[in-house]
Ligand binder design. Structure first.
Ligand SMILES: [Zn+2]
Length: 261
């Protein structure tokens, strides 16, 4: 089967799981600002991004919001609902243009319960997200606004595989909780140093190595987490034919895959 570009989905490797998901999926093109998960609601569908990056944020009582995570083509957006079927705690919207597979929640809930191969991959992705969230909290508490802006620009650039990042300085300010004048000051300083070029609503990474040398350790730690996850997905053994037709009872825990694990 042709690779879609989503690492979690592609790791299912020509299994009946992939065929089942693809049969129910809608291929979607996404624009910046498109909503994927809304706080307080249970998503009807989850997304395997194949291109682009989405941003999750938490809204606070004073009506401000802060970005708490970025997800690209490494995993499954909205996966948390598979654990507890509770409304989302975060808003997740596209930061960039992109594309993906939009898959109805009931099917993925069923697979999460019945198909160990799928469940294992979602859990690996969740573990990776948890490690990245921990590092991001440490970053927000200890590292400078400049370091956080550099980390963010590099993380988005990695996800969209481009050095051109479409985001206003106001947008960066709101995402990272850095005042707009402070963002402007930092961006202008890095522009003078030849690291960035800033145009209306767009930032171009002009010297990637130079920018990486300004990043705090958090960028490297988070990048390594994702590299580890995608390597793990790429090296997974083929998923055995363990998917029972929809409507059959749940798979017992003695599937061939789990016995072999
Ligand atoms: Zn940091």
């Amino acid at each position: 089967m042709e690779k879609t570009g989503n690492h979690l989905f592609d790791s299912l490797q020509d299994s009946p799981l992939q065929t089942t998901i693809l049969r129910a999926a809608k291929r979607v093109t996404l624009l910046p600002g498109d909503g994927l998960c809304e706080r307080g609601k249970i998503a009807k569908s989850l997304f395997f991004l194949t291109q682009g990056v989405a941003s999750s944020s938490v809204r606070l009582g004073d009506k401000t919001s802060c970005e708490v995570g970025l997800v690209g083509a490494e995993g499954l957006i909205g996966y948390e609902v598979l654990f507890d079927e509770e409304p989302s705690r975060t808003d997740t919207k596209m930061q960039s243009q992109g594309s993906g597979l939009c898959v109805p929640l009931p099917l993925l809930t069923r697979l999460f319960t019945d198909a160990p191969g799928f469940r294992e991959r979602v859990l690996s992705f969740a573990s990776c997200q948890s490690s990245i969230a921990s590092q991001t909290i440490a970053c927000a508490m200890r590292h400078s606004a400049e370091q956080r802006i550099v980390r963010w620009l590099l993380q988005v650039s990695d996800r969209i595989q481009s050095d051109t990042i479409r985001e206003t300085q106001q947008g960066i300010s709101e995402r990272l909780n850095v005042t707009r004048p402070h963002v402007s000051l930092i961006v202008h300083k890095m522009q003078r140093q030849g690291l960035l070029r800033s145009m209306r609503g767009t930032t171009l990474i002009a010297d990637r190595r130079g920018l990486e040398s300004r990043a705090c350790e958090c960028y490297g730690v988070c990048r390594a987490e994702i590299a580890g996850l995608t390597h793990d997905f790429a090296s997974r053994r083929k998923v055995p034919n363990i998917l029972f037709p929809l409507g059959e009872p749940a798979t017992p825990r003695t599937t061939s895959e789990e016995s072999a694990a």
